[in-house]
Design a protein around this ligand. Sequence first.
Ligand SMILES: [Zn+2]
Length: 205
Amino acid sequence: MDWLWPSLCVGCGAVGEGRLCRACRAVVPARPRLYVRGLAGAWTLARYDDPLGQALRHAKVKADREVAVLLGELLARRLAPVMRDAPFTAVVPAPSTVASRVRRGFAPAAVFAEALGRAHDLPVVHALTRKAGARQATLDRTARRRNLVGKVRAEVSPGGLVLLVDDVLTTGATADACVRELLGSGAQRVWLVTVCVVARRRTRR
Ligand SMILES: [Zn+2]
C-alpha cells in the first residue's frame, strides 16, 4: 500500500489533500501545563493522541523526513505570533543520541529547529549534545530524570533568548536537563516549543 501514502494525510487519513490535510494543519498552539525550573514559557501544537501526534509518530517510526519537514513548517507558521512578540536570538534543538540519528537518518528536533530558524530568520545553534543511555521512552518518570544526569551537555553557549525545540514533551525530564545546561552556559532565558505533548492522566493529591 506504500504507493498510496502521497495522497493520504498521515495525521488522519484524509484523502486528496496532500500529506497533512487542512483540518490537521488548522491547529492552534497551546501552552502545556509544565513546571521546569528556569523555563520562561512553553508552547505545543497538539496532544500525542491527536492526528498531529499520529503524523509525528509516522515521521519517527517510518523515518519519513518529508513529513518531519511539513510538521516543522507548520510549527513555524503557527508560532509566528509568538515569535513576533519575543525577541529570540537562537533556536536550539533538544539533543538526540548518535544511535537514534543513525537509526532514523535524521533528528526530528533538529528538522523542526531548522524550519523555525528558516521561517523566522534565526540562527540554529546545535548547542546541546546527548550521550547514550537507556531510551527515555522505556523509562518511568523518576528513571527518566536519573537517566539524563550528566548525559546532556552544552558544548557552546547560544547566549541571549533561546527557543529550545523538541518533538514530544512527556515528563519534562529532557526539557529540564536542557534548560539547566543552557542557563548554566550563558543563555538569559529559555522558551520551549514541542510538536506534541503527552497528556498526563489527572492524579489526585
Ligand atoms: Zn489530516
